[in-house]
Design a protein around this ligand. Structure first.
Ligand SMILES: [Zn+2]
Length: 455
């Protein structure tokens, strides 16, 4: 008896084992997976009914069928559907906006994605997911218009633009140029109005600026700014490097810079200093001076810049310098400031208030304070012997910020005066000219406000 009993309990155990193994198989097998198909639709919730929607569906056991439908007040309409005999692990769909949607008046629609996978789970029915995505429909392009702008822009110079943009779902508004630079706009005076200085770099043959507005649904409006373009010739200088200069100033600078450590040839040192160190120093300057505030301003007042009293111009802005040694050209660079000299260690007064954003040493530029005057306009003072201000100091028009000197790449005591618009060096002479400021900045702001007040 006991023997027989023993035998049948083994049988039961064996069967139980089979059931457990079967269940375990089902439980862990891909064929019986219980994960829902994964639906991915990148969206910010807006649709202009022009660009197709990109939908990605993934499933471990494979996708058996899907339906994409449009759900509006009037009901649900199937846009796409598919059944696969051979299940697909991953599919990418491009959902073209339905024609019917384009004429409808509704402000929102839903896209319903219904997917079933090929799993044997759920009594062979598979896993099913239904996802709904709601979209705000915006078919309208932003309304963009110029309010006022400087009449002309000179090569190497600055100009001002004031514009208006209207859109319920505005995403971005900026000024695009022919040389990849995008100028950031600052809110101006009243809602929907923006202001920006723009610059034509001295290194660019031509200039073109276009206002651009985009909304969240991807609608875009562009408007060209019809500046009168004034070409300007800048000096090309051929500079012969002397042994005295190479063994003197260059050898001295080479000791200071990390880039020239272990480099012994004078010409090699010169090329590294004039190109690599310069590029690094300018990169820092551009980064510091590219910042524009988001704060709304209702005016922008700037005095004639006149940083050094009774000064002589010793080198112009925009000079293109070609350096040669023994008849061979070995390097080149643009001089992106105005060199002014008076007495040694003369006081530097920007004549305009602002915020000190840098007050440190910067390679070729030596001791170099930078002042932020607002609206993306900055001034820079290179080769100083001493700097009397610190970063984050607020200065006024009469503050004595530094003294001239010959720190960095300078032969004699002078001030390298730089003016920058959103990270681009511009002609300081314009900002040192009262009439230019009145015609190109002050009057434009005045005119713009008159126009805005009438609207
Ligand atoms: Zn200079």
């Amino acid at each position: 008896m006991s023997r027989k009993n023993g035998k049948s309990s083994y049988g039961v155990l064996f069967l139980l084992g089979l059931v457990v193994a079967g269940a375990a198989y089902i439980y862990t097998s891909v064929m019986f997976e219980r994960d829902l198909p994964k639906v991915t639709l990148e969206t910010n919730g807006y649709w202009n009914l022009k660009a197709p929607l990109q939908i990605k569906i993934d499933d471990e056991s494979g996708i058996k069928a899907y339906t994409i439908s449009l759900k509006t007040k009037d009901g649900k309409k199937s846009l796409y559907n598919e059944q696969y005999i051979e299940p697909k692990l991953s599919i990418d769909l491009e959902i073209e906006p339905p024609r019917s949607a384009y004429t409808m008046k509704e402000k929102t629609v839903k896209i319903v994605v219904d997917v079933t996978d090929a799993s044997k789970w759920n009594f062979l029915r598979g896993n099913r997911v239904v996802k709904e995505y709601e979209f705000i429909i915006d078919k309208k392009r932003p309304q963009l218009s110029g309010v006022a702008h400087s009449y002309k822009i000179s090569k190497g110079g600055s100009a001002l633009v004031i514009l208006r943009v209207k859109d319920e779902n505005l995403q971005d508004v900026y000024i695009e140029t022919n040389y990849k630079k995008k100028f950031k706009l600052q809110p101006f005076y009243k809602e929907g109005y923006y202001i920006s200085l723009v610059a034509w770099p001295v290194t660019q043959k031509s200039f073109k600026a276009t206002m651009v507005a985009t909304d969240k649904a991807g609608n875009k409006k562009k408007l060209y700014i019809p500046f009168y373009l004034k070409q300007k010739n800048y000096k090309v200088s051929n500079i012969k490097l002397s042994d005295r200069f190479l063994k003197g100033k260059i050898a001295e600078l080479a000791e200071d810079f990390a880039e020239t450590q272990g480099v012994n040839g004078s010409l090699e040192q010169f090329v590294i200093i004039n190109e690599d160190v310069r590029a690094k120093n300018e990169k820092l300057i551009h980064k510091i001076t590219s910042v524009v505030s988001d704060e709304m301003i209702s005016d922008f007042k700037i005095n004639k810049m006149y940083p050094l009293k009774n000064a002589q111009v010793v080198a112009h802005f925009g000079d293109y310098r070609k350096y040669s040694y023994d008849g061979d050209q070995i390097s080149e660079s643009y001089h992106l400031g105005l060199d002014l000299a008076s007495n040694a260690m003369a006081s530097i007064k920007p004549q305009n208030g602002g915020n000190v954003v840098y007050s440190d040493y910067n390679g070729l530029y030596g001791n170099m304070p930078i002042i932020d005057h607002g609206l993306g306009l900055y001034t820079l003072y290179g080769h100083c012997s001493s700097v009397n201000v610190n970063s984050d100091d607020l200065i006024n028009a009469k503050t004595d910020i530094a003294n001239t000197g010959k720190s960095g790449y300078a032969m004699g005591d002078h001030l390298h005066f730089g003016v920058l618009v959103q990270g681009i060096e511009v002609r300081p002479q314009e900002w040192m000219d009262k009439t230019w400021i009145k015609l190109n900045i002050t009057n434009i702001i005045k005119d713009a406000k008159k126009i805005i007040d009438k609207n």
